[in-house]
Design a protein around this ligand. Sequence first.
Ligand SMILES: [Zn+2]
Length: 432
Amino acid sequence: MQEKNVIEQIAKKSGKTGDEIKALVENKKKKFSGLLTDSGASFMVAKDLGIEVGMDSVKRINIAALKNGMQNVDLLVRVMQIFSPKEFEKNGKRGMLCNLIVADSTGETRLTVWNDDVEKIAKQEVKRGSVILAHNCYAKEFNGRVQTSIAYKGSFEVEPDTMFTDLPEAKSKNVKAGELKKGMNDVNIEARVIRIFKVTEFDKNGKKGKVMNFLIGDKTGTAKATAWNDLVEEAQKLVEGEAVSIEGAYTKQGLKDVELHLGWQARIEKIEGKELPTAKEMRKKTALVKKIIDLKQGDSDVLLEGKIVAVNRGALFYNVCPKCGGKVQKLDEGIVCDKCGEVKEPDIRPVISVRVDDDSAQIDVVAYGKEAEKIIGLGNEELKKQRSERGSESMIEELQELGGTKITVIGRVKHNNYSEQTEFVAGVVELE
Ligand SMILES: [Zn+2]
């Protein structure tokens, strides 16, 4: 925007066209072997022509020229990488910050942006590859490298209307799940979340850490992803079945396959991902097909196919925490959620147990929540209504008509300590 002003000013005052001035500026830059910024070159051209122009643009400098202690400078840069935004507290005030790696033709630097500018990133107005014009930055040396921050009153413009595009391209490309190899850095991938596993805490050299695994996939395959520490918070927001873009990850050889790791440089963003296969399609491909008779304790991600022979009598509903949706326990003192503490009024979700036969043997398949709704054929609200109108028993009676229905289930084998029976917990259910 600023060069345009400068060029317009020079053109107006010299009587030449904008293109002519642009050519002169480019020549000037060539002459100085790329050491001049666009605005610097414009000013030299103006000087050559004996024209005076506004001094706004002199604030802009190239990354290579940044020095410790510089203030109030502007940077016209391309966003090469975006890290996960972080919350911070300073003098009792809460705020957000986000670190970017930005580049121009002379080099690369870390740029920290704050609050409203972080919002622009969250809204995806700024992405990897965006050009930004950061106003009012300051430079500080940290570990021997100059890093930049936008000052309190500064801000950045996205895709400013500049006439010069000698900025480097954002270098990393998206890879597919099937293309992951060990030892890759700065990996970007668009994939669907197929499964989510529990967070584990660990202790390493006296420091506490967190780790969480999840399974992702696209048309070309699936991969185990591991989020570490800060990124676990982001990963915990994931929902099975949704599409995400993961940036800045790295790969490592796992026990079986190459795994994707999300360290502090990584970022997770939700995307639409229409072209990605559904989680169910991918789970069907990766699951191990087994006969009931061959099931073993500890089997997971197994696919069974059979017929429903009966709907088992039981509660049809279970209590969950209204805050986190997790299971609650009934103790003498009241109802308690492991995560949230005391629960005044629990919410309910459906659960159903059906006897399935696949000609080799029979097993009880237990489905919860959405998967239970699929078997029952009603949504949660309608289920709650019917439950209060006529009770679970009458509902189960009616559900016996499911006998003979073909069912495909992906899930895991579990020993039910209560009934002392082996059962199959459904992750995905499909009825025919
Ligand atoms: Zn809870």
